[in-house]
Design a protein around this ligand. Structure first.
Ligand code: FRU
Length: 920
């Protein structure tokens, strides 16, 4: 704003300076009575020349054409045009005089030129001395005629002052010459034909006329014409007035002796401008200015001509100079304008520069401040980041510490729990002792639950950064995971259903592991809160949410409605809606966390007597790795580890020599392999089992596999959490391997609902027992599993053909088994024949096939396949002479030695021994 003000002030100053520099100009109005006569044109030319020297004066000329009334009108127009001065050559004294007086009375200076008016109301007069002209003419004639003779006077219009003065001066002078007589006066009113009309008459009347005095050269020339036509030989003197140097003017007439002499009548144009300048500049001037005359006759006409030529040349030079001056003036003016514009522009540039510098300075300052602020913010950010990193590090360290401690706590707790359990079984205990033991047991349980919480939380914290969605069929996974809840549904008589539509409609991107946590957590939650005889439903649909195609899943249960006030907090970490049933308390928080990772949403509502957990996730995840997950075995992911395990298995299988029992192995007893990385747990379990079973130990998964393949124990008990290969993975490998697939495996888990335990199931684990291990449960489960194996063994052993007791199997199951056996039969030579292939052919998932076969035969499909191969071998051995080695290949064993090993496991004798027995 301030800068704008400065600019305006500057511009005003500049304009003021320019206007002061410009001079005041005066306007002169010139009222010319005649039109284009030479004499009057000379007058105007003189004025123009003089004006060259007065650059503050300018002139407007109006010609009246010898019309007095037109002249009066033009004079009034001049007044209206606001002239500063009037120059007027009055056409006649009257009626122009009044108009002139009016102008004068208005305060406008009036200069009369050439002709006077009969009034004193004018500022100045300039013109030739007409009285003097008359005098000179009379004297000249007297001189030439020796004071004696007759004269004719040809008058101009007597309504104008020059004519009156000229005749007066002439006749007054003639009075000095008594013998000179003015014999006739011809009035012409300046019209030449008046001479031609009247002069011949006068000459006829006065044949001795000696001289003619005409009031201008035009009239004199006409008189000469008349005289010459009247008499060729005459000596009549003809005198004219004006003496113009122009073509046909008085000087030329004298030169050509057409007239005798001419009296120069100065126009006064130059003088009029000079007087006007003086008046306008308030300088002293003379009111009446009479200009003297000169007589030109043959005696001085040459010199006069030369003088006029010189004057003309000078005037031309002056005109040239004037033109040059005007040109230079024009240039000067242009340069002045240019200079002015340049100065203005320069000033503007200077102002802009100042403004720019000021704003640049301001900008620099504010930039500096900004920079400072930025630095401060950046320093604060760095500090914040450092603090947050530190905090995160501390948190992670704490978590790690707590998790480690928790793991450490769990083992001694398990070790405390077992003995307490055992102690509480002693019958002799007093009521108080029993109560004390009960309290101890209860608190161990609480401690274990707390430990679970810490471990779960840690797992979530670590897992949330590892989001690997794949394109997969959600319903197929849901069906598999539903299996996990079939038992509890049955036990609690809960109507558990899934409303699935077109399976293919639910192929979407999701992280299988995390989705399993989401789904099983929601189902666990539902089962936990649904009373006996209630209902749990899973519904799937597709919806467009926030312009993205999503899959919506409703998990609803008929449990108690959740209080509206608690609904918002239900997904908060460590929150449990009024539950006293234990659990980690972060299950739903984990669900929410994993759904967030899928860019989904979850909410809980009470509707129509059901509690609805509704979550939706977009069909497409940006992070999705475009691979088809369906049909792929998740165990195949860890290929490196897989290869190592294969090496162990094939190494042992192919090297028959290395197959030997360790000292610790008591072949007479039922054998149990204990796998746990904690020696305390192993020794504790061993102490429980060693009396009844041959127990041998392995300290991790790899050693466990090695010993399992080597010893083919009757049962395996393994911890889930182990370094390297954990219990689940180990179990999966053993169940895949034909030689070990039949071995019942019990996994010791942290929690029945634990994901690892579920995976353990999928991997083929036969049972799982949660820690702390209950002695009785463990003993019962072991016994049951081993008995089950023995019964089946007996059952299949007595069967004649494929080994099944058809009487014990109903029709539907029979057709299932038939189909299953049919498939095996067709592919029996294929050593690679897999459960995956069979399950696909049967139209069931792997887990479904597993459960079905297990339910019907108490064997896993792999075991059943192995048994079928053995039975087939026995059959061939019985009815054919084919060598044993060939039979081994024919029934799908990869090597005869391996066939022998497996055969012995089932029939307690080698194939050749068996053959011998048959032939007996
Ligand atoms: C021109 C003229 C001149 C004469 C003068 C008198 O208009 O007739 O010849 O001298 O006027 O005013």
């Amino acid at each position: 704003m301030r800068d704008v003000k400065i600019t305006l002030i500057f511009l005003v100053c500049m304009l003021t300076a320019v206007s002061i520099a410009a001079k005041d100009r005066f306007l002169i109005g010139f009222s010319q009575c005649g039109l284009h006569e030479d004499w009057r044109m000379n007058m105007e030319a003189e004025m123009e020349r003089e004006l060259m020297f007065h650059d503050d004066l300018s002139i407007i000329i109006k010609q009246a054409g010898d019309d007095s009334y037109l002249q009066i009108k033009q004079i009034k127009e001049f007044v209206n045009s606001k002239i500063d001065l009037l120059i007027v050559s009055p056409n006649e004294i009257q009626p122009v005089q009044e108009a002139i007086e009016d102008v004068y009375k208005k305060g406008i200076p009036v200069i009369l030129i050439d002709r006077r008016v009969d009034s004193e109301f004018y500022t100045a007069y300039v013109g030739g001395d007409n009285y003097g002209i008359g005098k000179v003419a009379a004297s000249y004639i007297a001189n030439r005629l020796n004071n004696k003779g007759e004269i004719v006077e040809i008058l101009g219009a007597l309504s104008i002052s020059p004519a009156l003065e000229r005749t007066s001066g002439f006749n007054e002078t003639l009075k000095n010459y008594p013998e000179l007589k003015n014999i006739s006066q011809i009035t012409t009113n300046w019209a030449e034909n008046a001479v031609a009309d009247n002069l011949p008459k006068v000459l006829t009347q006065h044949p001795n006329v000696n001289a003619i005095y005409a009031f201008n050269d035009e009239l004199a020339k006409e008189a000469s014409n008349v005289v010459n036509s009247w008499s060729k030989d005459n000596n009549i003197l003809i005198i004219g007035i004006d003496g113009l140097p122009n073509v046909g003017g008085g000087i030329e007439l004298v030169e050509k002796e057409i007239i005798s002499a001419s009296l120069i009548y100065p126009t006064g144009g130059k003088e009029a401008i000079q007087i006007a300048a003086k008046i306008l500049h308030n300088q002293v001037f003379q009111k009446n200015n009479l200009l003297p005359t000169t007589l030109i006759d043959p005696s001085n006409v040459d010199i006069t001509r030369i003088q006029f030529q010189n004057i003309n040349a000078l005037q031309e030079d002056i005109t040239k100079s004037k033109n040059m001056l005007e040109l230079l003036n024009g240039r000067y003016r242009d340069q002045q304008i240019l200079l002015f514009v340049t100065l203005v522009l320069l000033a503007l540039v200077a102002i802009l520069l100042v403004m720019y510098l000021r704003s640049f300075k301001r900008l620099k300052i504010s930039n500096k401040n900004l920079g400072k602020q930025k630095e401060e913010i950046s320093a604060q950010n760095t500090e914040l980041k450092r603090l947050s990193d530190e905090l995160e590090k501390i948190t992670q360290e704490r978590l790690r510490f707590y998790t480690n401690i928790s793991h450490e706590f769990r083992t001694p707790l398990t070790l405390i729990s077992g003995p307490i359990d055992k102690l509480s079984k002693i019958k002799k205990l007093s009521a108080e002792q029993k109560e004390l033991l009960h309290i101890a047991q209860k608190n161990i349980t609480i401690l274990l639950k707390l430990i679970e919480q810490i471990i779960d939380f840690r797992k979530y914290e670590l897992g949330k950064y590892d989001f690997s969605p794949v394109s997969a069929n959600l319903i197929k996974h849901f069906i598999d995971w539903n299996e996990l809840f079939a038992e509890v549904a049955k036990r609690k008589q809960i109507d558990f259903k899934m409303e699935a539509f077109q399976e293919d409609d639910f192929v979407l991107d999701f992280d299988v592991e995390k989705m399993e946590r989401i789904y099983t957590n929601l189902l666990s939650n539902a089962f936990k809160f649904t009373p006996k005889g209630g209902a749990i439903k899973v519904k799937l649909s597709k919806e467009i949410i926030d312009r993205r195609e999503c899959v919506k899943v409703n998990v609803l249960n008929s449990g108690k409605p959740i209080q509206e006030s608690k609904i918002k907090e239900i997904f908060d970490r460590f929150y449990q809606a009024g539950s006293k049933t234990g659990g980690s308390g972060i299950g739903l928080a984990l669900v929410k966390g994993y759904i967030d990772l899928h860019h989904g949403k979850i909410e809980v509502t009470n509707q129509n007597g059901f509690v609805y957990f509704t979550f939706s996730i977009p069909i497409k995840q940006e992070e999705s790795i475009e691979k088809e997950e369906e049909g792929k075995d998740p165990e195949m992911v860890a290929i490196g580890r897989e290869d190592k395990i294969k090496d162990i298995i094939t190494g042992i299988n192919e090297n028959e020599d290395s197959f030997a029992f360790d000292d610790e192995f008591d072949a007479e007893k039922t054998s149990i392999l204990l796998i746990d990385d904690h020696p305390g747990i192993r020794s504790y379990l061993k102490s429980l089992l060693k009396d009844k079973y041959a127990v041998f130990e392995a300290c991790d998964g790899i050693e466990g596999i090695r010993k399992a393949v080597r010893y083919i124990p009757d049962l395996i008990i393994s911890d889930v959490m182990m370094p390297g290969i954990d219990g689940v993975e180990m179990c999966r490998h053993l169940k895949k391997e034909i030689s070990t697939s039949h071995i019942p495996i019990i996994l010791l888990t942290a929690n029945v609902q634990d994901e690892k335990c579920i995976l353990g199931f999928e991997s083929g684990a036969d049972d799982y027992i949660s820690k702390p291990v209950n002695n009785e449960i463990l003993e019962v489960r072991i016994r049951k599993l081993i008995e089950g194996r023995k019964q089946l063994k007996a059952l299949y052993g007595t069967s004649s053909s494929s080994g099944k007791n058809k009487a014990e199997i109903n029709c539907i199951e029979e057709s299932f088994i038939d189909k299953f056996e049919d498939l095996i039969e067709k592919q029996i030579q294929d050593t690679e024949l897999s459960v995956d292939f069979i399950s696909k052919e049967m139209g069931l998932s792997r887990i479904q096939l597993y459960r079905k076969v297990k339910a019907l035969t108490n064997y896993s499909p792999i075991e059943y396949l192995t048994i079928y191969r053995l039975k087939k071998a026995v059959h061939l051995m019985t009815i054919t002479e084919i060598p044993l080695s060939q039979i081994a290949y024919q029934v799908g064993f990869s090597a005869p030695s391996y066939f022998s090993k497996v055969f012995r496991k089932y029939y307690d004798k080698s194939p050749s021994e068996y053959l011998k027995d048959i032939s007996k």
